[in-house]
Write a protein that binds this ligand. Structure first.
Ligand code: BGC
Length: 716
């Protein structure tokens, strides 16, 4: 080969390698609603649709081949597909069995945006395998109180953490050319009365807490669609709330995508169309020609309004390439081993070790002859919470019992069935009567088996799901049951399956070790057992504060409201912002989680540059694994504002974090970056973000209550 042809061959090879993404990362697909191609596609299609067809495009459609209330109207003659949708947060659930991932709150507990991106991409592939255009997630409401039945579908109590994890998940999902739908916008912080409850929330709390994750989804995640919630916000339904749908979403955040209603959350035609709701789902009860044509004829509604909604829908279709190729990718398997591996990876990072007295964990399988499992959530597996997110896996899910048996093959492992009835998560719509207090807890043989066990592992949890809130305390006599088990055998380890905190005062002092497994999805119990028996080192950190008692909570006294009104009277004092500012000790603080190794964090220096909104601050810190085994920790940076006259601030706010994996003895230097906005509060009187001048503390640690040091930075 001549030198010039050798050079050409080498160039070609490297170009191919670059194309394949082998040299560095191939840039993942990111939709662009502003591209000239999108504008051209919209301009081409708009004149083809007549007014009736445009109206049909703005509502859900059910017909032959378009079942389940999960489609928009197709116009095959113009190449416009009926957009196929599916829930969502923990797997592609509507179209047959599919990989069931751990609960969204588990993903937040991993504090790992890269992992969230991987999970989003895997869900995207599951969606493409089924021809799904829009996945109805992520859930981005804030965990305001632990009772909310859908906390497990959300991303915790902190707007920055929820925003970062949610935006990364959206990027991953959309990289597969599947549109995400951030929900439920907004103020859907409880399920109690969700269809009509009026969430009364101050402007400041909306801006700083409740809308903030959605803002990140729009500005950073480039989310293609949002879902307006069932409830009202400050007197108006979310679906006809022009403050939420137009003022904030369109004017402040410049959102160009589609705003759809939650299923059956539309209650008006004119009010919703003018407030900014583009798409009524799942049917056309309000967005139909019979209702809209007279409005157009009478001049109450300009045609430009309908055109604008239609344009938004077409824009999303064009930007996501829904118009130029089939959405179904038959080369992808319905049962994808890659998805299952991602699901397991999420749970491996998500499990939080909350308590480990006298190194009760990890267990050594070689020294255990008899293991007894008790409690309602041992087997069959509790894979997720109930409701529209519930995903039927395409494999038999791994129960805690299966996972313990596999991890300790030489031990005798027995399950003692839980004696009291609980609401079934599989048949969540069937309301069971409250658990009866009657009946003995154990037979004589069971009592004996518990006494003789080398260790007792309890699988416990509330019954959570869409459409209802649950009590603070564990239901079905689990408190008394745990106490009774602990009295028979103090070698007790509890595994909690829940979307948020539960009351623990009755038993926590009798339980030496406690893991929070959230909901582990189809195979996550393998990770739980990996942690119980020391194969894995726990690294999950709480995305919520776990209070000692309900009376300590910020929403206590203001939840679930009266006469369909719930006043978010705690304002911006949500989660740790409340406990830290009010000097109330939570049982387990925000950001907390134990490990089998130890870490030392040293804040090193702060560098600040630029002025005004261009100011950038970088904090450098060093973290060392000071223990004997490999593990991961999450370095967290909290901004502590100075006292400024007349301005109410919370004690500290999480503004940056980084998960770090380290071999024993290894160290890493990290740079955590802050922007002007990370120091700001929302000034309601001026409707603007402000940073009062002064010296701010930058607190670095591995939980909101475990701060290694505080370095000052001046904000001019
Ligand atoms: C839920 C949404 C869900 C929709 C479609 C509603 O009841 O609130 O989260 O996406 O149903 O299943």
């Amino acid at each position: 080969m001549r030198p010039s042809s050798r050079l050409a061959a080498a160039l070609l090879a490297s170009a191919l390698l670059l194309g394949l993404g082998l040299f560095g990362q191939q840039r993942p697909f990111q939709p662009n609603l502003n591209s000239p191609q999108v504008a051209a596609a919209v301009a081409r299609l708009m004149p083809k649709l007549n007014t009736r067809q445009k109206i049909e495009l703005l509502a859900g459609y059910t017909g032959p081949g378009y079942p389940h209330g999960m489609f928009t109207h197709p116009f095959k003659q113009f190449g416009i597909p009926g957009l196929k949708m599916s829930d969502a947060s923990v797997g592609v659930r509507v179209w047959g069995p599919s990989t069931a991932y751990p609960a969204s709150v588990a993903l937040a507990a991993a504090w790992d945006p890269a992992l969230a991106r991987r999970e989003g991409a895997a869900v995207g592939q599951d969606a493409r395998a089924r021809g799904v255009h829009i996945v109805l997630g992520p859930g981005m409401d804030i965990t305001r109180e632990p009772q909310c039945g859908r906390n497990f579908e959300y991303l915790g109590e902190d707007p920055d953490l929820a925003g970062q994890i949610g935006a990364a998940w959206i990027e991953g999902l959309q990289s597969q050319q599947v549109a995400a739908c951030a929900k439920h916008y907004a103020g859907n912080e409880q399920e109690n009365g969700r269809n009509s409850v009026n969430s009364i929330i101050s402007r400041r709390a909306l801006e700083e807490i409740y809308l903030a994750p959605f803002r990140t989804a729009v500005l950073q995640g480039h989310v293609m669609t949002l879902m307006a919630a069932y409830n009202r916000v400050n007197g108006r339904f979310s679906t006809d709330n022009s403050y939420l749908l137009t003022q904030v979403l369109r004017r402040q955040w410049h959102f160009k995508g589609v705003m759809m209603s939650d299923w059956g959350a539309t209650h008006a035609t004119l009010a919703c169309l003018t407030a900014g709701l583009d798409l009524e789902m799942p049917d056309n009860s309000y967005y139909n020609a019979g209702k809209i044509m007279p409005l157009l004829h009478s001049g109450k509604l300009p045609m430009s309004n309908i055109n604008q909604h239609v344009r938004r829908l077409l824009r999303v279709m064009a930007a996501m390439h829904f118009l130029d190729r089939p959405q179904k990718d038959a080369s992808l398997p319905l049962q994808n081993p890659h998805s299952a591996a991602v699901a397991l990876a999420v749970e491996s990072e998500a499990v939080v070790l909350l308590k480990n007295q006298n190194h009760a964990l990890p267990l050594d399988p070689a020294h255990l002859r008899r293991i007894v499992l008790v409690g309602p959530d041992v087997a069959p597996a509790v894979t997720g919470g109930a409701g529209s997110s519930f995903t039927r896996p395409n494999v038999t899910p791994v129960s805690l019992l299966d996972a313990v048996r596999a991890a300790a093959p030489s031990a005798q492992v027995a399950q003692i069935p839980y004696p009291y009835p609980l609401r079934s998560l599989r048949h969540w719509w069937q309301h069971l009567a409250p658990a009866s207090a009657a009946g003995p807890m154990f037979t004589v043989r069971q009592r004996d088996a518990i006494r003789r066990a080398d260790v007792v592992i309890a699988g416990i949890g509330p019954r959570e799901g869409e459409g209802w809130d649950r009590p603070y305390d564990l239901p079905g006599r689990q408190n008394a049951y745990l106490q009774a088990v602990a009295q028979l055998n103090p070698h007790l380890v509890a595994v909690l399956y829940a979307g948020a905190n539960v009351g623990m005062s009755a038993w926590i002092h009798q339980v030496p070790a406690l893991l929070d497994a959230w909901y582990p999805g189809e195979n996550g119990n393998t990770a739980v057992a990996g942690i119980l028996f020391g194969k894995l080192n726990p690294s999950g950190k709480l995305p919520d504060s776990f209070s000692r008692r309900w009376n300590d909570e910020p929403a206590f006294g203001h939840y679930p409201g009266h006469d369909e009104h719930v006043h978010f009277a705690e304002g911006i004092f949500v989660g740790y912002r409340w406990y830290d500012s009010k000097h109330i000790a939570p049982r387990f603080p925000f950001g907390f989680g134990l490990s089998y190794t130890t870490f030392a964090i040293h804040p090193l220096s702060v560098h600040a540059a630029g002025s005004g909104r261009r100011r950038r601050v970088t904090l450098t810190a060093r973290i060392t694994n000071t223990g004997a085994r490999a593990g991961a920790d999450v370095v967290q940076l909290y901004v502590r504002p100075p006292h400024a006259a007349g301005v109410v601030r919370t004690f500290q706010q999480l503004r940056a974090f980084q998960r770090v994996e380290l071999a024993p003895g290894a160290s890493r230097t990290l740079r955590l970056r802050l922007r002007w906005r990370d120091f700001a509060y929302y000034d309601t009187a001026a409707n603007a973000w402000r940073v009062p001048a002064g010296s701010y503390g930058l607190a670095v640690g591995d939980s909101s209550r475990s701060i290694a040091g505080v370095l000052p930075v001046h904000m001019p």
